[in-house]
Design a protein around this ligand. Sequence first.
Ligand SMILES: C[S@@+](CC[C@H](N)C(=O)[O-])C[C@H]1O[C@@H](n2cnc3c(N)ncnc32)[C@H](O)[C@@H]1O
Length: 216
Amino acid sequence: MIETTVNKQYNGLASVYDRRWKKYISHTLSFLKNWAEISPLDTVLDVACGTGEFEKLLLTENSTLKIVGVDISEKMLAIAQEKCKIYPQVSFHTASASALPFADNSFDVIVSASSFHYFNDPLAALIEMKRVLKPNGKVVILDWCKDYLFCQILDIILKIFDPAHQQCYTQEEFHSFLTCANFVISRATKVRFGLFWGLMVATAQVGGQDPLPPCL
Ligand SMILES: C[S@@+](CC[C@H](N)C(=O)[O-])C[C@H]1O[C@@H](n2cnc3c(N)ncnc32)[C@H](O)[C@@H]1O
């Protein structure tokens, strides 16, 4: 149900998304690119890739990088596809973060930007990411952080007025999800963005524990 609502919302927003959020997208994705330290030979999956701005950014530095983007909104993906059409090794697929249409152990790096708070089942999404990640791969997730007052207020407002909004998380809650999905966090931080806004980012690798540890 929530995924249908998100799909409708982003299909409606797709044509204005890049323009409306230009500054936010440019700041967050430049930060993510520097943080993620993606190597030229990595095969990258971008979960909830939106209009392909992160792909565009990565490809300006390395035009042969293999990247796959998935998103639940086909209209956002159509824009991503158009931006990256000259790169044959880049592809986009309509899919939910909780059901990735890829074989086990497919990717070296999985990134996801500004989307975790939309996932109706974040743990299922992380378990899917873990499944398609190669054993020595890493996930790098950036999202809004509810430790910042503005995000707390926005979370309350969006829960009332935006049916597509799911839930913002504190850094502690975010890390608990990663741990519950059997990831080991190797690097994490919170970053203030502008005067009020705050983000969190974490890099994590697949841990050794199986079955899953006790969860949230
Ligand atoms: C704020 S946009 C971020 C797009 C892009 N990552 C960026 O940073 O510009 C959120 C995106 O998440 C996608 N999305 C939300 N829930 C999703 C889900 N469960 N599975 C796949 N994509 C999802 C939306 O369609 C939308 O394109």
